[in-house]
Design a protein around this ligand. Structure first.
Ligand SMILES: O=C(O)Cc1cc(O)ccc1O
Ligand SMILES: [Fe+2]
Length: 463
């Protein structure tokens, strides 16, 4: 594969993506019950499914939680649409079979290793590739069938989805673009997501991805059986980290056209199925509810950190968390490492050396990550599984020691890394283990961390 942007630029014509306009309107909030009408008066008043909906629309509910979960965690939305989703031809297994996605992780389809893993950024594809075809699974655990687990995918694509909508029946997608904006049309409306922002598309939503910038790359965390929530703030108090007002939900937008051969691509049990229909799935004129896609700008994250000594645990930078049934134990935490001041005194400031009972997958959106002087590149990735030792590379360690106790306040700037952290032990897809982009020499970044042990030195100090 090569990354000839010029050639790719010619391949792609994104200017006509559903007549996209950039002046999108959003509603702010996290977990709210929203209402939105593209046409005034299209939302039924006082009830969800009247005999006849305003403007001759169909009422359709999408449930994101079992009907009977406690009210505080119940998620569902009501769509008022021109034709209902059910009006499609039968689903067929997609041909050719898409072999780069996994919906469950087991002995047969995956490997596992306690070694530290690192990947360089992949090249952009040379042939026209849309978001769906550009997706490939890196690792994961559990099963979408059993509604427990997660998958980590990445994508490299260069072409907008055309007359085609994706629907992930398996879980929620948290998408982290690294190169190229995403224009995402959902049944609730449209979102523009730039590198530095993230978007969550919950299970079951139909969506189409336009790539206005051509070659595009990014990361996707998929969670089975639960949804993301904001972390509790504990003693931090009522404010800080990601603020509810900075989450943006789309406003209703619809298209009413007959598109012969519109294809719904449904990910179901990790496999892809396609069904044809003769109208756009983005035909929701109004909607209300709390089961919604949303985006968030990571630059709005308000970091908290140590102000005197020692290196705090990275959980302080949690943006969103998907819980397990065990209090405080995440199925998947999404953690950022944003611009921030480091001020700790007599402290080794880079991330400490450690082994973690949780598994850590990291990506880099731009800049350099504070624990790695080189080799961890924007668009690349690392995986340090449960109890796999890791920490700063040799160069970072030596630089921190050179700066010494005298290091004054120092700002990490122009860098944005993130981590997907899970309590489940990830299995690795065969293609990511065999990938030509895997950095098989990763372990060498720690080679040469010498012993500085000197009992004599200590004796001298003590005496
Ligand atoms: O491994 C990593 O780089 C992520 C990380 C960062 C940090 O500041 C402390 C612990 C940790 O796992
Ligand atoms: Fe770590």
């Amino acid at each position: 594969m090569s990354s000839d942007r010029g050639v790719l630029g010619e391949l792609v014509n994104n200017s006509s993506f559903h007549g996209w306009s950039e002046d999108l309107k959003y509603m702010a909030g996290f977990g709210n019950h929203f209402s939105s009408e593209a046409l005034v008066g299209s939302l039924p008043e006082g009830q969800n499914n009247p005999l006849l909906c305003p403007m001759g629309l169909y009422a359709e509910q999408i449930s994101g939680t079992a009907f009977t979960v406690p009210r505080r965690s119940n998620q569902r939305s009501w769509f008022y649409r021109i034709r209902p989703s059910v009006t499609h031809e039968p689903f067929q297994a997609r041909k050719p079979h898409h072999s780069n996605l996994l919906g469950e992780f087991n002995q047969e389809n995956c490997s596992f290793t306690p070694n530290q893993l690192r990947w360089k950024p992949v090249d952009f594809p040379e042939t026209p590739t849309d978001f769906i075809d550009g997706l490939y699974t890196m690792c994961g655990a559990g099963s979408s069938f059993l509604r427990h687990g997660f998958a980590i995918h990445m994508y490299a694509a260069n072409k907008s989805m055309e007359e085609c909508a994706f629907c992930n029946a398996d879980g929620d997608f948290l998408i982290v673009p690294q190169t190229g904006r995403l224009w995402i049309i959902t049944e609730c409306g449209r979102l523009q997501v730039s590198p530095g922002e993230i978007v969550v598309v919950p299970q079951g939503f139909r969506f189409s991805v336009g790539l206005p910038d051509g070659p595009s790359r990014g990361y996707v965390a998929e969670i089975f059986g639960t949804h993301f929530q904001l972390p509790d703030l504990g003693p931090i108090g009522a404010n800080g980290l990601a603020s509810t007002r900075d989450f943006y939900v789309p406003t209703a937008w619809y298209e009413d056209g007959t598109h012969l051969g519109y294809t719904i691509v449904q990910k179901f049990g990790g496999d892809l199925f396609t069904a044809k229909q003769d109208f756009s799935p983005f035909n929701v004129v109004s909607w209300h509810g709390n089961y919604v896609p949303y985006k968030y700008d990571l630059n709005k994250f308000c970091p908290y950190n140590t102000v005197l000594f020692d290196h705090g645990d990275p959980s302080i930078n949690t943006v969103l968390t998907a819980p397990t049934d065990k209090p405080g134990v995440a199925l998947l935490d999404f953690v950022v490492f944003p611009s921030r001041w480091l001020v700790a005194e007599h402290t080794f400031r880079p991330p400490y050396y450690h082994r973690n009972c949780m598994s850590e997958f990291m990506g880099l959106i731009y800049g350099t990550y504070e624990a790695k002087a080189d080799g961890f590149l924007p668009g690349g990735a690392t995986l340090h599984a449960c109890m796999t030792p890791h920490g700063p590379d040799r160069e970072t360690y030596e630089k921190a020691l050179q700066r010494g106790d005298e290091a004054g306040p120092y700002k990490i700037e122009d860098a944005l890394a993130f981590m997907f952290e899970s309590a489940l032990l990830p299995r690795i897809s065969p293609w990511s283990l065999e990938s030509p982009f895997r950095d098989v020499n990763y372990y060498q970044c720690w080679t040469g961390l010498e012993s500085h042990f000197s009992p004599e030195g200590l004796k001298e100090e003590v005496n």
